[in-house]
Design a protein around this ligand. Structure first.
Ligand SMILES: [Zn+2]
Length: 295
């Protein structure tokens, strides 16, 4: 028995009695000897993760979910379907999202580091091995993730999205609404304390007065300007985690594989790559998709 769109790897570990039934050559096998007419038989189809773990185990390797993988799956849940990843396939938009997630002052920090490095050289640290300096840079956190922790990223106005989408206000409006609905973006507004001047950013849910200042803890009298409230956007947590773990590429690749192995007609360019990729299985499960090398 085979299930369309739910392929199984032809793998030794999958054949064992552990799953109650035998899975051989990508199909489930069940004995029908005891069955009478009209009886039904239940076969539990192994989830994609079980298949992946089985293939890895046959080769003496353990398979564990990675942090970037989990982040990508969480974002995929927010998106609802792998097809939705298509909304992110626009390089200027991806750049904008990274800018949105960047720890403010990160570029300042990198520039500062380069400057210090030059100064050390000028002071005669020439005889210090380059590898030693490089190690010191890493130990001091030069390469720490540039993505800010939750709640500390930048907030950007709608106009930035319009620019990223080539100045098309309607497209930007549709994109921002799509992203907000899927928790990729959070809408809010900057607030300034009338007493101490402390600035903070509040999500929509926290905007109705009374608004409390994050700096002094007192209630802000008239927190919003009389000219109107200008919304800005911050990264939603599922997308922030994907940028932090650098796993956006995973999702773009999975979407590409899905198109490649899906029912859609392949373009000439995809067909050329197909021969190179024949060594993979794409296993789909409620928890997402995995690409498994076919042995
Ligand atoms: Zn204050």
């Amino acid at each position: 028995m085979r299930v369309r769109d739910r392929p199984l790897p032809a793998d030794g570990t999958m054949r064992g009695p552990r799953f109650g039934r035998s899975f051989r050559g990508g199909a489930a096998q069940a004995s029908l000897g005891q069955l009478r007419r009209g009886d039904s038989i239940e076969v539990a189809w192994p989830p994609s993760w079980t298949c992946l773990a089985a293939v890895a185990r046959s080769r003496g390797l353990p398979a564990k979910p990675s942090e970037p993988g989990l982040a990508a799956v969480t974002l995929l849940h927010s998106l609802g379907s792998i097809d939705e990843v298509g909304w992110l396939l626009h390089p200027p938009l991806i750049d904008l999202l990274y800018r949105l997630g960047e720890r403010s002052g990160m570029s300042w920090w990198k520039k500062r580091w380069t400057h210090t490095h030059k100064q050390l050289r000028a002071l005669g640290v020439d005889n210090v091995d380059n590898a030693v300096l490089e190690q010191a840079a890493r130990d001091l956190g030069r390469d720490d993730p540039a993505i800010a922790p939750a709640g500390e990223g930048r907030d950007l106005a709608f106009a930035e999205f319009r620019t990223a989408l080539g100045g098309d206000a309607e497209a930007a409006s549709r994109w921002v609404q799509w992203a907000e609905r899927r928790h990729l973006l959070v809408r809010g507004a900057p607030v300034e304390c009338t007493a101490g001047g402390a600035r903070s950013w509040l999500p929509m849910g926290a905007l109705p007065p009374p608004v409390v200042c994050a700096g002094c803890g007192r209630e802000i009298d008239q927190p919003f300007p009389p000219s109107g409230l200008s919304f800005t956007y911050r990264l939603g947590e599922p997308l922030r985690r994907v940028l932090e773990t650098d796993s956006l590429g995973h999702l773009l690749a999975v979407r590409w594989f899905t198109e490649l192995f899906g029912n859609r007609k392949l373009s000439a360019r995809s067909s050329i790559s197909m021969s190179r990729l024949r060594a993979c299985w794409v296993v789909q499960a409620p928890s997402g998709l995995v690409v498994v090398p076919r042995m």
